[in-house]
Design a protein around this ligand. Structure first.
Ligand code: M6R
Length: 614
């Protein structure tokens, strides 16, 4: 939530900052702003709405500075407005700051500052923070770096901050606790970003600041990192970025979401490449091998995640229990962290997160670690906080996912989790070599089958046209496709704002059936597997109440096709792998419906890609 960018060097900062903000808009798009050091002053331009609105406003003015900081906001304290947009300037006019996170004790700090005569022009916690730093600086008579450090030791909450003093624009100070912050190292220039995308075209050398660290950046000097609490110096680790520019651009698609839906065959393939070895009949996952004994002897696996990643955990619950015969519990990060869960020494916690930054998942990990559990992370963003906080893990190799609605990250997570379930089944001696090999072989051809599903695009677009004005929708599935029903419903509601609910198909009779009438579209995930006959009956129950059935079926279906209003076919595959195919039509359905309703698919209202506040 919220994206921050910074630049110090010899180029014009403004274009770098604005392009960086546009790449970080997935993190929030309520308002944006920049502050530039020019002519001994701080020029601040901010506007409610998308970055482009602020850009136009700024370009009508002077944007010549070569030190600057910028921000795109997902509102927490105070509604979206020009006043609440960052950057925020301190009362003296000397300090300017951008912030991603939440200062929980901002009210008490604000009261203290008010008592000292400070005034406020916004409702934000950030304006409190910049003034608190100024207050500390005045009290201590110290340099900005020390003032930031001392102030942050008194702050409760989460932050990534970027601040400079108009009288010393040759230095930017950054600090991090709980929200991400990356420093890009150029020749005679430094960059700052909430992720590395703002500076990809300038440098591939980056330092990921760790929690509790701060750094002083000058254009030419070394980056000096110190711990906020202890002031102890830390040696920076420089990472070589693997990302390229092409992977974060739309490549001719109208929306990132569609590009990412279409990238799924490649994303799934990249995720199993080098790990799934069908010729040798084996799976090799280094993170798993390292902890093979722990997994072999595990009594229970707890999976924790949020949103779509939680749905991939639910899919995995079926697969792990089926193949590895390990009891699995799936927990929302937000619930797990605030319960007093029983974690035993032979439990393993698997945390799943596309961004690797989700605050609730991260807090759940910390809690599990503190309780002595081994924590295994599944993340898509290399170097993200969760990937660093976990003992071991496996990356999904989906590539950057920019659309707020998660698509390729989901299928990549399911791919990793499927491989894990198979491998654990083997390690624990739970299934036959022939079954194991059959699953490996079939997984290796799933990318081709996803391509086949994508060929139904036009058919799905037509169906979407018929239901774009619906007010509600039901999604039903059974077994491993019940989580796919949940995921389909989430996709529809988050990007088209149609109320949708996912249910295990059998639960329909226990309540939701009362909602069904001729206006209710019911999406039934009904591939030809162990639950097929029961789903045929569920479809008939919906039809008996005049509901409209859109069914996802296997090619060659003979029964659902007779009663459903529309069918969308997927190729035949093994039951355990059907989620990787059945979810694709549901993604396309929600995409087309949202586009037809005039929604901004990549930036749905009130949402942000990376939820770094709880
Ligand atoms: O980055 P994460 O996977 O941890 O994010 C979790 C959720 O915020 C995310 O999946 C969210 O539900 C998506 N918008 C769903 O499309």
């Amino acid at each position: 939530m919220c994206g921050i960018v910074g630049y110090i060097g010899d180029r014009k900062a403004f274009p770098i900052l604005v392009n960086g903000l546009k790449r970080l808009e997935y993190r929030g798009y309520d308002s944006s702003g920049v502050a530039l050091a020019q002519d001994g002053e701080i020029a601040v331009y901010k506007k409610q709405g998308m970055v482009v609105a602020m850009e136009e406003h700024a370009l009508a003015n002077n944007t010549s500075g070569s030190t600057g900081i910028a921000h795109t906001r997902w509102a927490t304290h105070g509604q979206p407005s020009d006043e609440n947009a960052h950057p925020h300037v301190s009362n003296s006019g000397n300090l300017v700051l951008v912030h991603n996170g939440i200062i929980e004790n901002y009210q008490s700090l604000k009261d203290l500052l008010k008592g000292k005569g400070y005034t406020f022009h916004s409702e934000t916690d950030t304006e409190v923070l910049v003034n608190f730093i100024e207050y500390v600086q005045k009290e201590e008579g110290c340099k900005l770096r020390k003032a930031v450090r001392l102030a942050l030791t008194q702050v409760i909450g989460a932050y990534a901050v970027c601040i400079y003093d108009k009288n010393r624009p040759e230095e930017i100070v950054v600090a991090k606790l709980g929200s991400p912050l990356v420093i890009g190292l150029g020749v005679n220039e430094k960059f700052v970003g909430s992720d590395a995308t703002p500076f990809l075209e300038y440098t591939k050398d980056a330092i990921y600041l760790e929690d509790g660290e701060m750094a002083c950046l000058t254009a030419e000097g070394e980056v000096s990192i110190r711990m906020i609490e202890s002031d102890v110096s830390v040696d920076p680790t420089i990472h070589a970025l693997q990302m390229d520019l092409e992977s974060i651009e739309k490549g001719g698609y109208d929306y990132f979401m569609m590009k990412e839906i279409y990238e799924q065959p490649r994303a799934i393939y990249d995720t199993f490449r080098g790990r799934l070895l069908p010729e040798q009949g084996m799976i090799k996952m280094s993170g798993l091998e390292e902890y093979a004994d722990k997994f072999r002897n595990a009594d229970r696996i707890i999976m924790t995640a949020c949103g779509t990643s939680w749905h991939s955990a639910l899919v995995a619950e079926y697969l792990f229990e089926e193949f590895a015969r390990i009891p699995v519990e799936v927990e929302y990060g937000s619930e797990f962290r605030y319960r007093n869960p029983i974690i035993r020494k032979n439990d393993i916690v698997i945390a799943i997160s596309q961004s690797g930054e989700t605050a609730d998942t991260l807090a759940a990990i910390k809690m599990a670690k503190a309780a002595g559990a081994m924590v295994f992370g599944i993340c898509n963003v290399p170097g993200s906080t969760i990937s660093r906080e976990t003992h071991a893990g496996a990356y999904t190799h989906a590539g950057p996912e920019i659309g707020v609605a998660s698509t390729k990250a989901f299928t990549s997570q399911v791919t990793v989790l499927t491989m894990m379930a198979l491998e654990l089944g083997k390690i624990r001696g739970e299934f036959s070599t022939s079954e194991y090999r059959a699953l490996i072989n079939e997984l290796s051809v799933i990318p081709k089958k996803v391509e086949k599903v994508l060929e139904s695009k036009e058919h799905i677009e037509k169906i979407s046209g018929l239901y774009k004005d619906a007010s509600n929708a039901l999604y039903l599935g059974r077994g491993v496709n019940f989580p796919i029903a949940l995921e389909g419903a989430l996709k529809l509601k988050e990007i088209s704002y149609i109320h949708a609910e996912g249910y295990p198909a059998a639960e329909m009779k226990h309540g939701p059936i009362a909602l069904i009438d001729e206006n209710m579209p019911v999406v039934v995930v009904a591939p030809n597997n162990g639950h097929y006959e029961k789903l045929v009956s569920n479809v008939q129950e919906v039809k008996a109440r005049e509901g409209k059935v859109i069914a996802i079926v296997t090619e060659g279906d003979t029964e659902v096709i007779n009663s459903a209003d529309h069918v969308i076919e997927i190729p035949e595959t093994l039951e355990a792998l059907t989620p990787l195919l059945t979810v694709i039509p549901l993604q396309l359905l929600s995409y087309y419906i949202a586009v037809m309703r005039g929604c901004d698919v990549d930036r749905p209202r009130n949402l942000a890609k990376s939820v770094t506040v709880e």
